[in-house]
Design a protein. Structure first.
Length: 289
């Protein structure tokens, strides 16, 4: 097969609760994930070797490159020696909680499964995705899903109605490991996603906005007050709901229409350098030749 192109879509967490640390070092979570129309574009081309090439002058060390790790894992498990050149145009900011690296890893599994004519079933790809990271399995299908365990035990839930979202990324990254360490030390009463899921079933954006929740926000007031300020400003400007995604640092706001979204974005951009207007999206990956 010739080149395969993939758009790997970012995600936001409409709900994220941390329930405790597991024996394997991961954390037990309950989360509702939602894809958005912000993507990295990956091109997979036949090659004698396996390599990743980043555009825009980006470099990623091979030992930290989740796309290459996914490709190597797939090749090893399939017992083949095929190669590929993977060219990545990154648009999803790192350290934002938007899941760019995980989305790209899922894209690598799906695209190379097709390009190498492996015909491996989705459950097998899911088992590989679990080995790569807690969020990676979600992107194989994407849309809207409830995640439990470390995030890999996925259930379909009612989809977020089509809506506009404003995503603001402060000029710093939040390290996931550090965020989990801080949340472990923060005393709080865990919440359930049932109210949010009920709101999704009603399809009421205002109701959904009321039930957005992220356990990591509780530690941000002193650690990164800019994140709390972004959320507060978005709500003041008429957002139906606003929340930090993942362990940060990006904040997203739900808007009723494009005009409202542009107004919120304009206000947030006055003190945040990276603000985009996007929409909800029904899939994690789009593939074409």
């Amino acid at each position: 097969m010739k080149k395969i192109k993939v758009r790997a879509h970012a995600k936001v967490n409409l709900f994220l609760e941390v329930l405790g640390k597991r024996r394997d070092g991961y954390h037990e979570v309950e989360t509702v994930l939602q894809n958005i129309d912000l993507w990295d574009e990956l091109t997979f081309s036949p090659s004698d070797s396996l390599k990743a090439v980043y555009t825009k002058g980006m470099t990623v060390p091979a030992d930290k490159d989740l796309v290459l790790k996914a490709a190597e894992l797939l090749r090893r498990e399939a017992g083949i020696k095929e190669g590929a050149q993977i060219t990545l145009e990154k648009n999803i900011p790192a350290g934002s909680g938007l899941g760019g690296a995980s989305a790209d890893a899922a894209a690598s599994l799906v695209a190379l499964n097709a390009m190498w004519h492996l015909d491996l079933p989705l459950p097998f790809l899911h088992s590989l995705a679990v080995q790569l990271g807690a969020d990676v399995p979600f992107f194989l299908n994407g849309g809207t899903a409830l995640g439990r365990g470390k995030g890999e035990k996925l259930e379909a839930v009612a989809a977020l109605p089509f809506c506009y979202l404003v995503v603001a990324k402060p000029p710093f990254e939040v390290l996931t490991v550090e965020a989990y360490g801080r949340v472990d030390a923060f005393a709080r009463e865990p919440r359930s996603s049932s109210s949010l899921i009920g709101a999704l079933e009603k399809g009421d954006l205002k109701e959904i906005g009321k039930h957005l929740h992220n356990a990591f926000e509780a530690i941000m007031a002193e650690w990164h007050p800019e994140i709390v300020a972004l959320k507060r400003k978005a709500l003041q400007e008429g957002a139906l709901g606003a929340l930090m995604t993942g362990s940060g640092s990006a904040v997203f706001a739900i808007a009723s229409d494009e005009e409202s979204a542009q107004k919120i974005a304009s206000k947030l951009s006055s003190f945040c350098p990276s603000v985009i207007v996007t929409t909800s999206y029904p899939r994690g990956l789009d593939l074409w030749n």
